[in-house]
Write a new protein. Structure first.
Length: 210
């Protein structure tokens, strides 16, 4: 089973990828992780990527795709994999198809912007031990104080309202058009994301015919 998980930032892709990886016995391939790994292992494409990053530039699509292909050719991906964080744009999706990387299904976790905004702007993280909370879904016992170590809770830069709005804007402009791209290939599955985690997992497995 070769899968892509699509969805806006905060839609729950990482959580679902982790659960599906265990249930299906296939690895989750996060582009951020493999990029760091390729740089650490000093692979040919890793060194290319490092040169761009050291200059403060975005890593070009062809280098990212080279790194993804390197990773997908490893033995643990023989039975399939879940791709998380890639592709982000139509050119990346087209380049993956052209380079012979095909998928069985693309699952889009559907969730309204306002739900994501309240999810993400409500997140709080302990500055001392890293424990995470949510002001409505998982509040600390005392406001602004970590239950675990008593440290002060803060809002991550990624979760401030302006940043969240910008990230959603980029998602709608660049990544959401992938839904049409994969619908035309007949492999797009839509799943409701605004429900309990286990219900979303059940719906994803059902959409995959499991």
């Amino acid at each position: 089973m070769k899968l892509i998980l699509l969805g806006a930032p905060g839609a729950g892709k990482g959580t679902q990828a982790e659960i599906l990886s265990k249930k299906l016995g296939i690895p989750t391939i996060s582009t951020g992780n493999i990029l760091r790994e390729a740089i650490k292992n000093q692979t040919e494409t890793g060194l290319k990527a490092k040169a761009f990053m050291d200059n403060g530039q975005l890593v070009p699509d062809d280098v990212i795709i080279g790194i993804v292909r390197e990773r997908l050719s490893q033995p643990d991906c023989a039975k399939g994999y879940i791709l998380d964080g890639m592709p982000r744009t139509i050119p990346q999706a087209a380049a993956l198809e052209e380079s012979g990387v095909h998928f069985d299904a693309v699952v889009s976790i559907e969730i309204l912007d306002e739900v994501i905004e309240s999810r993400m702007t409500g997140r709080r993280v302990c500055g001392s031990c890293g424990a995470s909370y949510h002001i409505t879904a998982n509040p600390p016992k005392a406001e602004g104080v970590c239950d675990v170590c008593g440290g002060a809770l803060t809002i991550r830069k990624d979760d401030n309202p302006e940043t969240v709005k910008n990230r959603l804007k980029v998602f709608h402009a660049e990544t959401e058009p992938l839904k049409d791209f994969y619908a035309k290939l007949g492999i797009l599955k839509l799943v409701e994301g605004n429900q309990p985690i286990e219900d979303a997992t059940r719906d994803i497995l059902k959409a995959l015919g499991m």
